[in-house]
Design a protein around this ligand. Structure first.
Ligand SMILES: C[S@@+](CC[C@H](N)C(=O)[O-])C[C@H]1O[C@@H](n2cnc3c(N)ncnc32)[C@H](O)[C@@H]1O
Length: 390
């Protein structure tokens, strides 16, 4: 029991050992792992902290964003989201009748960073929710702005907005039409907040699943807990990072619980608040309970390599990488070591005579992008859903 109730460091790093925990489909005893042990008042405080943090974040101007140390990293993350969203909207369009409405829930939508992606994807309806009320206000204002020139009776897409805690509140009760059928639920860079407790993870997954049509998809991006643990072990300390990000463990990294494994994540000028490791086998197991079956989980670096062919133009258009040339151009970071990988890459391909350039991220940004991010896709299982209906 002891052994199964906590995912120790070794378990987090070593996949073989993970298998021994037997979070498999048939092991009903695993349900013990999901028992809520946390105190809810302490948890409430934590959500408040997260909401306060995001409410305080100011929208930055173009100039300030360009001068930020993570300008390209943010664009790169945005590119990943664009590719993921367009890929899954296309899958859904291919599976429904031409002209059918396409309805999306953007859970933990923030200030509406994905609104243009939804508009470009020709969706018909969008629900935006977030725990931070200021973010919701800004998201709504942004929506009004991007649809301002649409004819009122033919808006490019209609939308509703409300503030709520997706790990505690039942979203369906807040929808203007609680019987709405969604084709896609998207939760970008936020699902990990629900791994504070089993109850919160269940509520979040119930919110994902409840109005999702059979055959619909849940897509999301979360930090990669295994990678974080690997880096923590290599650093032999409770904290690690570089000059743009820092992860500091607030739970004992040698005795991590499956839920509530807390660390503080700091990302230059954008994030500075506690987050929770997502123990992936537990997520898959819980998701199944809500008729969601894992289709694919991909690390950002792999997703990048897989999609660069299809997404090269967009990558350039979004300035998701900076151009490095051997003849010396001004880079966003002045330290040459930040671009040693790009230099080596070009040297291998032709030496100093070669005027070619390559697109890259600084080493620090690449480390932040690749250490931590998973992209998950869970479709609503048709069979499981039908079973629910009997
Ligand atoms: C890193 S931001 C990502 C925002 C947006 N999805 C994006 O990709 O631009 C994380 C967001 O999750 C929201 N959030 C955190 N905990 C939440 C909760 N329990 N319920 C709803 N939103 C939450 C935060 O307010 C914040 O806007």
């Amino acid at each position: 029991m002891e052994e199964t109730n906590s995912a120790r460091v070794d378990d987090c790093v070593n996949f073989e050992k993970l298998k021994k925990i037997k979070l498999n489909d048939d092991n009903e005893n695993d349900d013990d792992l999901f028992k809520d042990e946390g105190s809810s008042s302490k948890n409430d405080q934590h959500s408040l902290l997260v909401a306060q943090h995001y409410n305080k974040l100011q929208e930055k101007g173009l100039k300030e964003r360009f001068n930020s140390k993570i300008f390209y990293l943010r664009n790169f993350n945005n590119w990943i989201k664009s590719m993921l969203i367009s890929e899954y909207l296309q899958k859904i369009k291919d599976s429904i009748q031409f002209g059918s409405p396409l309805r999306v829930l953007d859970m933990c939508c923030g200030k509406g960073g994905d609104l243009l992606k939804w508009q470009k994807g020709n969706i018909s309806y969008l629900i935006c929710t977030d725990i931070a009320s200021m973010s919701i206000e800004q998201c709504k204002a942004r929506y009004e702005k991007i649809t301002a020139h649409d004819p009122p009776e033919r808006k490019s897409f209609n939308a509703e907005f409300f503030t709520c805690d997706a790990t505690r509140d039942r979203l369906r009760e807040r929808y203007s039409d609680p019987s709405i059928e969604l084709n896609l639920v998207s939760c970008q860079f936020a699902f990990h907040y629900c791994f504070e407790s089993p109850k919160q993870a269940e509520t979040m997954l119930k919110n994902v699943s409840e109005c999702l049509r059979p055959g619909g998809y849940f897509i999301g991006t979360i930090p990669d807990a295994y990678d974080i643990m690997k880096r923590q072990r290599n650093s032999r300390s409770d904290s690690f990072g570089n000059d743009i990000f820092e992860i500091k463990f607030l739970s004992d990294p040698n005795d991590l619980p499956i839920f509530g494994a807390k660390y503080n994540f700091h990302l230059d000028g954008v994030v500075d608040c506690p987050e929770f490791l997502v123990y992936f086998p537990a997520l898959v197991k819980l998701a199944k309970k809500y008729s969601l079956k894992l289709v694919e989980v991909v690390r950002f670096e792999d997703y990048f390599h897989r999609n660069i062919g299809r997404g090269r133009n967009l990558l350039e258009k979004m300035s998701a990488v900076e151009q490095y040339g051997l003849q010396g151009n001004r880079m966003s970071r002045s330290n040459d070591n930040e671009y040693k990988h790009a230099k080596d890459f070009l040297l291998q391909r032709g030496g100093y005579d070669n005027c070619r350039r390559c697109g890259t991220l600084s080493a620090s940004e690449w480390e932040a992008a690749c250490n931590s991010l998973h992209d998950i896709r869970l479709p609503k299982s048709q069979r499981a859903h039908r079973m629910k209906m009997f």
